[in-house]
Design a protein around this ligand. Sequence first.
Ligand SMILES: *Cc1c(COP(=O)(O)O)cnc(C)c1O
Length: 359
Amino acid sequence: MSLKITTKLVEESNISSFDPENIVFGRVFTDHMFSCDFRNNQWQDFRIEPFGKIPLSPTLSALHYGQAIFEGMKAVKNDDGVITLFRPLENLARLNRSAERMCMPQLPEEIFMQALQKLLILDKEWIPAKRGSSLYIRPFMFAIDDFLGVKPSENYCFMIYACPVSSYYSQPLKVRIEEKYTRASKGGVGAAKCAGNYAAAMYPTKLAQKDGFDQVLWTDGEQHQYLEETGTSNVFVITEDTIYTPQLNDSLLAGITRDSIIKLLRSQGKNVIEKQISVKELIQWHEKGELREMFVSGTAATVTNIEMFSYMDKKYPVNATGNLLSTEIVNAFNDMKTLITPDKFDWITILQESKMVHQ
Ligand SMILES: *Cc1c(COP(=O)(O)O)cnc(C)c1O
């Protein structure tokens, strides 16, 4: 089915304000954005318009009660100008899982994919071709009822905008293992990519940053004993012969980068274990000299090493130089996304003028 998308183009592109050599994350947006509304139980009014402000009622539940979810994905352009997306249907599947948890409507695949295709082709000049740079894409959905009430809204808006980005972190991270605050609890909404989770994390993160850390490394909400993840990224711990990552649960966001790393490393015959990782165990590995490397993974953060973690005011340095597994992984993903290596996992979607195709 071909979606009818009403398109209103910018009068003049803003692209001259964009310097690909000097990109600041999240400050410059492409010329256009996609929107559609869910009204009378139906997605409708598909439109692409110049990026800009949107008229909203002050009553809407997204603002008061937090019915708002989002996704983050990237488009990459290779030296031949070919544009690819990495596992976009996984983002849609997760958007729809988040929607279910927040009592919001499901978004059909044809809307998601056709909106992406049309918007990205229109704004393709904005996708940086430099290795490591990309177009960050932000699909999101929020409630737009124009009356007040603590109940699921009837009307929603789904939108997509995009911004060119280089890497999110330029340095390895210093993280503090959290002992007091909780990002997400058992039975809560930590596994949904919903807006409130990030607001909840801001205060403890601010405290950690005041003490010189980049991020909080969250622990389980009950005992603060088991590693969970950092702000917007999953975490991996590498010992002499094994790669560990916390097993998924309902207070942990199931990262697509996390899943891709596990599959990639297992395909190389490496031993990857998903399990509960206690802080005690991490410190034991450190003390025995078995801890080789730690990194976080996410679409925005890509794969970034941790050079130090702290627990109970004690600092533990971690190697973040030399031959790193994180570098191997980033290179492998970049090679896949730019079609240098074959797509043996079926993860790459090539963007074409007429339609999306699998490689
Ligand atoms: C988005 C996100 C991640 C990473 O997910 P990816 O699909 O790899 O981008 C991890 N943790 C949290 C809390 C997130 O919001």
